[in-house]
Write a protein that binds this ligand. Structure first.
Ligand SMILES: Nc1ncnc2c1ncn2[C@@H]1O[C@H](COP(=O)(O)OP(=O)(O)O)[C@@H](O)[C@H]1O
Ligand SMILES: [Mg+2]
Length: 422
């Protein structure tokens, strides 16, 4: 990976990358690192001075953990990192909900209209969608129930909404209208996006299978509902998902056979059935290339002026061989991913640490930032003839793996993919 090309090419800066669409949905197979990458992308964007909201759907602790917080995310949300905190080694700041309070709401959003809009974080319904300060990361959990409660409150049903909820109306509605839960959540995300309270909204999506249902519900409902609020909501969501200037997906994968297969399939499925634009693929867990692994341990020890006994040498030789094999397998899968999915790759190393906390998050965010810098700058003049939108650029790979999509499949201007003819 020489930096030579980067100095010649117009390279992408992190702010440009992060603002190519307001909503970035981080998707992929379970366990590949979606939550970790959501947190790291948020860290990177906040370090570049942007205001960031991470949306978590399942109430898992991964995102707050990565920022060093024990907070349980709720609908109103918490500040995970205040402006400037990116420079410190984090971990000591409390899970403050007050930090954002210094910034008064920039605009009245539909959702906050029923609230006084004073303090971020404690409202139990009709959450306060306050402007997020630059350089700050907030996170919140959005559930269909909360979103419905807020929707009802905003439509003059605040009094009865809680009773309706406790009577389990969401289940009745969800049973009658499949996909309504997804529409409620995505509708809320759309409303956050429109309100402009954050420069970047990162959605930590469910694992691939569920994510496909989650993201295709809106178009399904659009076909099914003839009119009324459900159709309106579905139409708004479809509009969001299919506009690359508003919403894109970053797929996360591991450089292994099954995850790569799944990422490739997911990419085409997202394109075909959702019509959503794809940003670069994040290849997580790459083993840093160690050189000299082929040298026998005894020989390396002798050169270093130490002596090791046979069992140690044997163990080292086997460990070296194992690592070499893994490196080769990963390189093969990264190459295949590049050929089968002509999108840029952002590669993140495997971290040999027990947990991912603030220090590791900084590390990953810095690696991502470097990888982003190596991406070519998107064309500042959209080409009307090409019908191109200014989506997250995906034309070239970083490093060796995916450079040039050649004749196999194509990458359109918006980073969309077409399957090569088979
Ligand atoms: N680059 C990495 N190096 C080492 N461990 C990682 C890395 N990325 C993620 N992990 C760990 O892998 C596990 C799964 O990651 P997570 O982000 O929760 O995946 P997902 O959200 O896709 O299920 C977690 O324990 C996380 O700490
Ligand atoms: Mg997760």
């Amino acid at each position: 990976m020489s930096g030579g090309n980067a100095t010649l090419l117009k390279v992408m800066d992190v702010r440009t990358f992060c603002t190519q669409s307001t909503v970035l949905i981080v998707a992929g197979k379970g366990g590949v690192g979606k939550t970790t990458m959501s947190a790291a992308l948020a860290r990177m964007a906040a370090d570049a001075g942007l205001s960031v909201l991470v949306v978590e759907l399942e109430g898992r602790p991964g995102v707050p953990d990565a920022f060093g917080h024990k907070t349980v995310l709720d609908y109103a949300g918490s500040v995970l990192s205040a402006a400037g905190a990116g420079e410190d080694t984090a971990g000591e700041d409390t899970a403050g909900e007050d930090t954002a309070g210094g910034n008064t709401a920039g605009g009245n959003t539909a959702a906050s209209s029923t609230d006084g809009g004073q303090s971020a974080g404690t409202a139990d319904s009709g959450a306060v969608d306050q402007q997020i300060a630059k350089g700050t990361v907030q996170a919140r959990r959005i559930t269909p129930d909360d979103a419905l409660l807020e929707y009802l409150a905003d439509h003059g049903l605040r009094r009865v909404s809680k009773r309706l909820m406790s009577a389990g109306i969401i289940d009745v509605v969800a049973g009658a209208i499949p996909g309504i839960r997804d529409i409620l959540v995505l509708g809320k995300i759309k409303q956050i996006e429109r309100s402009g309270i954050a420069d970047l909204v990162i959605v930590d999506a469910p694992a691939t299978g569920h994510a496909m249902t989650f993201l295709s519900s809106a178009s399904g409902l659009l076909d099914a509902a003839r009119g009324g609020p459900v159709r309106t909501q579905a139409a708004d969501v479809v509009e969001l998902l299919t506009d690359p200037a508003r919403c894109q997906v970053a797929l996360v994968t591991l450089p292994e056979e099954m995850p790569v297969n799944e990422a490739v399939d997911a990419a085409y499925a997202l394109e075909d059935s959702v019509g959503i634009a794809l940003g670069p693929v994040i290849v997580n867990g790459c083993y840093p290339d160690l050189s000299g692994l082929g040298t026998p341990a005894t020989e390396a020890a002798r050169a270093a002026g130490v002596t090791i006994d046979d069992p140690v040498a044997d163990a080292l030789d086997r460990a070296g061989a194992f690592r070499q094999t893994r490196q080769a397998l990963q390189a093969e899968q990264i190459g295949r991913l590049g050929r089968e999915l002509p999108l840029s790759q952002l590669r993140v190393p495997f971290l040999f640490s027990a947990t991912i906390g603030p220090d590791e998050l900084h590390q990953v965010a810095d690696v991502l930032a470097q990888a982003v810098h190596a991406l070519p700058d998107p064309d500042p003049d959209p080409d009307p003839a090409g019908g191109g939108t200014s989506g997250r650029q995906g034309a070239a790979g970083t490093g060796g793996g995916s450079g040039g999509s050649g004749g196999s499949g194509g990458v359109k201007d918006s980073g969309t993919v077409t399957r090569p003819p088979s």
